[in-house]
Write a protein that binds this ligand. Structure first.
Ligand SMILES: [Zn+2]
Length: 430
């Protein structure tokens, strides 16, 4: 029996409603194991050596399958399917964001990003764009320069009208800052939905987030307090409390690069925040250092997805709503059925846990075998575009399942459909 090759997820207690603001839904889909089931799962892992990877999946199908570890043991193994959040084979997302509308952002940084095929998110202070109020003498790039950058694919987000700390304002004042800045920016950047907010001074509270949720799809903070490392876990993050890493004076590109590598290891979403670059201002860095960092990001092109904040949010919202159901067809075939409209593009990576992994293959409905990578005891493949099912199959003679197993499987797939992973009895599940 194989042993657990990777550490268990650090937090199995995933049954927490999460809020997606602004899109008419008020709850993240529940994923992972229900409260109280974790002990049973952990016990099952110890007992049968079945690997469980809950953290990065939007689907956990708790379904005993056939063959493999079940042969001669009377204990059918499981098949688990996981949809990975990031497109292609990317293992992490990186967003490069800019606060406070410094001139260098539109004039220097945006073209630098483009040299690598990247696009950034620029959080703009509306009063600074128009050089009014307390920003009468603060330089920014010309409106036309910002508009040109937007036309080249960069995202323009809001950093409010006046950059006042929102948690010190009344409800109406905060709402005006958030609403009017979105409206002003959408008038400047015609055709763009301004859906991303960065809180001035990283300050927010429940009331501010409540207002934000009605206007934006995300709210970005700075680094977490006390030197903690920013961490946005796709399964657990709160879109209104996105954490970011400030690229600042005194840091070296090596330090920033390490954060990217950590995000890859954690399969998370790293948001970077820049301020002044080769100009007076907060957290000033040099364009030379930034160029070195961009070159490093480019070198990780096969591991990271660099995208504006709103693109990542959209992807996560989509991912949260995808599920795959495992449906038995015979002792040696299990249909994996995409629930809902099948994906339009081949950019969803699927991980299948089934043992023994080498005995199984995946074919499409026409019987064509799909390319599969086997790593760490799991199968990884790309879901074919516009297909609503693929078939997990093995050679008939290699199965040795007992006839009663299908009844148990049915019970478990129903449990999975109800998002109650682990609610089926441990004896049936495992
Ligand atoms: Zn700011």
């Amino acid at each position: 029996m194989t042993t657990v090759e990777e550490p268990l997820p650090f937090n199995l207690d995933l049954d927490v409603p999460r809020v997606i603001p602004g899109r008419g839904r008020n709850e993240w889909r529940r994923a992972g194991c229900a409260r109280g089931s974790c002990g049973r799962i952990a016990a099952a892992i110890r007992r049968f050596g079945v690997r469980v990877l809950l953290l990065w999946s939007s689907t956990v199908t708790c379904a005993p399958a056939v063959g493999g570890a079940g042969i001669g043991t009377g204990s059918p193994p499981t098949v688990e399917t996981h949809i990975q959040p990031w497109p292609g084979v990317a293992r992490a997302a990186v967003s490069i964001t800019f606060d406070d509308a410094y001139p260098s952002h539109a004039e220097v940084a945006a073209p630098m990003l483009e040299d690598h095929g990247f696009r950034g998110t620029f959080y703009l202070i509306v009063d600074k764009l128009f050089q009014r109020g307390k920003y009468r003498r603060s330089p920014s790039a010309s409106i036309e320069t910002w508009q040109a950058a937007a036309r080249r694919g960069h995202e323009m987000g809001s950093h409010t009208m006046t950059h006042e700390p929102l948690d010190e304002l009344t409800y109406d004042q905060a709402r005006t800052e958030l609403h009017d800045s979105r409206e002003a920016l959408e008038n400047l950047f015609v055709g763009m939905d301004v859906v991303s907010l960065a809180y001035p001074f990283s300050r927010t509270d429940a009331l501010v987030r409540d207002v934000t949720a009605g206007i934006y799809t995300s709210g970005r903070l700075g680094p977490p307090p006390e030197g903690a490392v920013p961490h946005n876990d796709p399964l657990q993050l709160d879109l209104l409390k996105l954490e970011s890493m400030f690229l600042c004076t005194g840091d070296s590109p090596a330090y920033w690069n390490e954060a990217v590598e950590r995000a890859v290891q954690e399969q998370g979403w790293l948001i970077e925040t820049l301020h002044a670059m080769d100009e007076d201002g907060f957290c000033r860095i040099s364009a030379v250092d930034f160029a070195a960092h961009l070159a490093h990001l480019s070198s990780l092109a096969d591991q990271i997805w660099v995208a504006p904040v709103s693109d990542v949010v959209r992807r996560l919202e989509h991912w949260r709503n995808q599920t795959i159901e495992a449906m038995p067809r015979s002792d040696w075939r299990v249909d994996l059925v995409w629930q809902g409209p099948p994906p339009a593009a081949s950019d969803w990576q699927i991980t299948v846990h089934i043992a023994p992994v080498d005995d199984w293959r995946i074919v499409d409905e026409d019987g064509r075998q799909l390319p599969v990578r086997r790593r760490h005891g799991a199968m990884h493949f790309t879901w074919p575009a516009r297909q609503d099912r693929v078939i997990l199959e093995t050679d008939r003679e290699s199965t040795g399942v007992e006839s009663g197993s299908w009844g148990r499987m049915k019970q478990c797939t129903q449990a999975a459909a109800a998002r109650r992973y682990g609610s089926c009895e441990a004896s049936a599940c495992w």
